[in-house]
Design a protein around this ligand. Structure first.
Ligand SMILES: [Zn+2]
Length: 253
């Protein structure tokens, strides 16, 4: 009841005062905090397979609500690809992460296209279009940069999706292709016959996933033509609240 009586803006200000500190610095909004809030899924399979980017962990910024995954991609785009220094680029962002997308949308790139197969009920901003990764409505060699994170594990024919992403990427372009990746499994575990959401959650870590990728994920990307590079940024930016286990998976063309 007390919560309802305090306006949301004031509650946010109080929260930011409470969590203010000097342990973490959010590179996306500039907020300095003593803690991050907890997010992710608490499932045995994610522990057992050491799945990066899905486990329960303290990773959310109290101010902009960015996650460790958002901040890793943001820092890579800013510091390594330096995309904010040349806005004359065309970007395709699939299933856009809210905090990251907000920053990219505001920047004013030549073209910033956002799409997802499911746009209704996800509280996406209006600029997110309904789009199928298996049939991207753009010509080949169109985009300089593609961001497609935590999407391929939902798509049964992931090789077709990878081919389609590769098709619309310009030669010399880069794609960021993060997925839930098992650090201790060589092979991807997938099963398209499972239909029960709770069985899928137990086996793949989320009710709508069809697989958990193993280390053969990189072979799949290479099989459609991507030149795969991995970039680990944690040691360079220890106060940004990044996951120590997660690295950027970049597919070049
Ligand atoms: Zn933040």
């Amino acid at each position: 009841m007390v919560k309802a009586l305090i306006p949301q803006k004031l509650r946010q200000l109080i929260k930011l005062r409470v969590y203010s500190g000097n342990t973490y610095h959010c590179p996306m909004c500039g907020y300095d905090s003593k803690s991050l809030y907890s997010l992710g899924h608490d499932l045995p399979i994610l522990e057992e397979k050491e799945v990066v980017g899905s486990k329960r962990r303290d990773a959310g910024c109290h101010s902009c609500r960015s996650t460790d995954r958002d901040r890793l991609v943001f820092v890579f785009l800013k510091e390594k690809l330096q995309i904010f220094q040349n806005k004359e680029i065309k970007i395709l962002h699939f299933a856009p992460e809210k905090a990251l997308s907000k920053v990219l949308f505001k920047t004013g790139f030549e073209e910033y296209v956002c799409g997802d197969l499911f746009t209704e009920g996800y509280f996406y901003p209006d600029y997110v279009r309904n789009m199928n990764v298996l049939d991207i409505p753009f010509g080949e060699n169109y985009f300089d940069l593609i961001i497609c994170n935590h999407l391929l594990e939902h798509v049964p024919d992931d090789r077709a999706a990878m081919q389609e992403l590769f098709r619309v990427l310009k030669p010399g372009g880069k794609a960021i292709l993060q997925v839930p990746l098992s650090l201790n499994s060589e092979k991807t575990d997938e099963d398209f016959t499972l239909t029960n959401p709770s069985e899928k959650e137990q086996r793949f870590g989320q009710f709508d996933h069809v697989r958990i990728y193993g280390q053969d994920y990189f072979d799949r990307l290479e099989s459609v033509g991507f030149n795969v590079e991995k970039h680990h940024l944690y040691n360079e930016y220890p106060t940004y609240g990044l996951s120590i286990d997660e690295f950027i998976i970049q597919g070049g063309k």
